[in-house]
Design a protein around this ligand. Structure first.
Ligand code: GUN
Length: 292
């Protein structure tokens, strides 16, 4: 079994990006500027957004964090989105999800200028992704593809199961893995809560992507010898041995599953750092696309 180390792969990408930014700076060209908008005080979202801002600092991107109380109105948030769309210094921005119930996420996502939508969540970018046209790819699925590619894991012709059909991960990733692209060309099964005979389908897979948010859901009896496993789960589970009282747990029962795999991602340190690296790639691309 080999660990698919997202930290190491993401660090390599960050170094490449830093070199590009340093070269731009030496030529007095624009520095990419990413803005993150955070609504409310959800601990997980705050951690993710802080990690994104920190990554910008390390690479040499400009970054701004805009925080709202969770009582902010939809109107005020939409007005901020328009302001960011029109601000020429800002190359890309994200509105961290989930948003409070009184705000329509789709309305907010659709208000973002597709050319600044570095999350790749706008319907225009998702539609282009389906057609294999150039677009911003959602960061977590794109990070997973980079992780497979940069670790020389063949996807072409493989049977792949994606467990979980979220708009952010499972749905777009299932399409990206099936596209005629590299990585891609998988035969994909997209499994969800209504899937029959799930164990049998997972057992058939060469590549298993677990993205349902249920700690330890994929157990050793569901996994074929030599499978490649990507664990997208990051659930906070109470753990008295940790300083903060919780630990991040993946969707895969790592200790029992790892010995059967050819490759497996750890949690944390697998998909998470790759998601951030992809967002940074998209941000650099957003600046270039706008001709800056
Ligand atoms: N919530 C969980 N993942 C993401 C992400 O990649 N982008 C945004 N905006 N919100 C998220």
């Amino acid at each position: 079994m080999q660990l698919l180390d997202g930290k190491v792969t993401a660090q390599k990408i960050r170094e490449e990006l830093k070199n590009e930014v340093d070269t731009r700076k030496s030529k007095n060209e624009k520095t990419p500027h990413l803005v993150a908008v955070l609504v409310g005080d959800d601990g997980g979202s705050l951690t993710y957004v802080n990690a994104k801002v920190k990554a910008c600092d390390q690479i040499g991107f400009d970054s701004s964090l805009i925080k709202y109380d969770d009582s902010v109105s939809e109107e005020e948030l939409l007005s901020k989105v328009q302001e960011l769309n029109n601000d020429d210094d800002i190359d890309g921005f994200i509105v961290q999800l989930p948003l409070p119930k009184h705000i329509n996420e789709l309305k907010v996502t659709q208000a973002i200028d597709p050319l600044k939508d570095v999350d790749g969540f706008h319907p225009e970018n998702l539609g282009k992704m389906v057609l294999n046209l150039p677009s911003f790819l959602p960061a977590t699925p794109a990070g997973i593809l980079q992780l497979l590619k940069r670790n020389n894991i063949e996807t072409s012709g493989k049977d792949c199961i994606v467990i979980g059909r979220s708009n952010i991960v499972g749905m777009p990733l299932s399409i990206m893995l099936a596209r005629n692209a590299d990585p891609g060309n998988c035969t994909v099964t997209l499994a969800h809560s209504r899937t029959k005979n799930l164990k049998e389908k997972v057992l058939n897979a060469d590549i298993i992507i677990a993205a349902i948010g249920r700690p330890g859901f994929v157990t050793a009896d569901m996994v074929k010898e030599g499978a490649v496993i990507v664990d997208v789960g990051t659930t906070r589970v109470a753990d008295a041995s940790k300083k903060n009282g919780w630990a991040l747990k993946g969707d895969v029962a790592f200790d029992e599953v790892a010995p059967k795999c050819s490759y497996i991602t750890p949690v944390p340190g697998g998909v998470g750092p790759m998601t951030i690296a992809s967002l940074m790639i998209n941000t650099l691309q957003s600046m270039e696309l706008r001709g800056k």
